[in-house]
Design a protein around this ligand. Structure first.
Ligand code: 5GP
Ligand code: MN
Length: 342
């Protein structure tokens, strides 16, 4: 755990400030939940906080309290840049290095004259002025709860903050099932329910919001599933053409990789998704046990993340990317075999 400059940050925040809170590109439930919760908390403390996210986030997160106040850097560029220019400090949430916001926004942030504060749970964070980094915590949203706790402000958590934090913890733990979910996580979740988070409604808002096309896309993904039993590995591909056929929308492929990991005996799963716009193949990796997909992605696919969940990208074609992936597996045979959890 790294806690850097916490007392100085407290002093800085003793006066009302203009604050921008930033989440990573392709924001997920934890990015949206943690940034919005922190915004609500800062507003309650008398600051003026604005959430700026690099690009679009899935429809199933648009119901989050405060979602309509966020700026999208790619789409509402003037407002976003103005908010950044007028801010006294920028909070970086749920990402560890500036390039995770995408090239355009990274350019703007690199010229920022004031200080950054980071609250994040990813490995190998950049060094910024104020830091709260802990890779053992399941979700940045849990860290925001703990940040509020460190400020002795748990009493300020209302239903809106509780709802945002609950959503971030729920989505980043696969609904409280991953190893990073601790008894402390459950105690925090219990407190969030006491403070007004409606657990049944949140689950339903996030997980029962499928379009018919999304289910058809999932059907396509499952029929593309390839299993490599000798490497305890399975992978899925989705081409641009298939995405188009089923009217792909942001977030439609979220969680699909987990179907590959749900196969008995599989410890390593990947999904390769063609992104015609960015001219890349976007990859999600998942593992069970000791096999580190963070290392695998860092070493071969310009990415990273956590030990059991990471992302990456490839600038060669889909078939070449898949061949590269399959060709790498023999090197990891021993690790893959010993990663198996009963
Ligand atoms: P996902 O596969 O759901 O996109 O991401 C899984 C985890 O890896 C998330 O914690 C995400 O923040 C991280 N991640 C995804 N893509 C990248 C990437 O390109 N680089 C790095 N460093 N982390 C990533
Ligand atoms: Mn997260």
């Amino acid at each position: 755990m790294i806690l850097k400059g916490f007392e100085a940050l407290k002093t800085f925040l003793a006066k009302p400030r203009n604050i921008v809170v930033v989440g990573h590109r392709n924001p997920d439930g934890d990015a949206m939940g943690s940034t919005l919760a922190l915004k609500h908390y800062f507003d309650k403390k008398g600051h003026k906080a604005t959430v700026v996210v690099p690009n679009e986030y899935p429809d199933f997160l648009h119901w989050l309290p405060g979602s309509n106040t966020t700026y999208r850097f790619d789409w509402q560029n003037n407002q976003s840049v103005k908010a950044i220019d007028n801010s006294d400090i920028i909070f970086l949430l749920d990402f560890n290095t500036l390039h995770r916001v995408g090239a355009d926004m990274q350019n703007t942030l690199e010229k920022y004259p004031n200080d950054f504060a980071m609250i994040d749970h990813h490995q190998q964070p950049d060094d910024v002025t104020y830091m709260y980094s802990d890779v053992s915590v399941c979700a940045t949203s849990q860290m925001v709860y703990q940040f509020i706790e460190m400020n002795n402000d748990l009493g300020l958590i209302d239903a809106a903050i509780a709802t945002c934090l609950y959503t971030g913890i729920m989505t980043d733990t696969g609904s409280f099932r991953y190893r990073s979910t601790t008894s402390k996580t459950h105690r925090i979740i219990a407190d969030l329910i006491d403070k007004g988070a409606k657990n049944d409604k949140i689950h339903s808002n996030v997980y029962d919001a499928n379009s018919y096309n999304r289910l058809l896309l999932l059907g396509q993904a499952l029929s593309n599933l390839q299993i490599l039993p000798s490497y305890n590995t399975a992978y899925i591909t989705l081409s641009s053409e298939e995405k188009k056929r089923f009217d792909f929308k942001k977030g439609d492929t979220e969680g699909v990789v987990n179907y590959a990991l749900s196969l008995k005996g599989i410890v390593f799963a990947a999904i390769f998704i063609e992104d015609a716009e960015q001219k890349i193949v976007k990859i999600s990796f998942r593992s069970k046990g000791s096999f580190s997909v963070n290392n695998f992605s860092r070493n071969h696919f310009s990415g990273g993340g956590h030990d059991n969940a990471a992302g990456g990208k490839s600038e060669i074609s889909m078939p070449e990317t898949v061949t590269k992936f399959v060709t790498l597996l023999p090197t990891y045979l021993t690790e893959l075999k010993s990663s198996y959890e009963k």
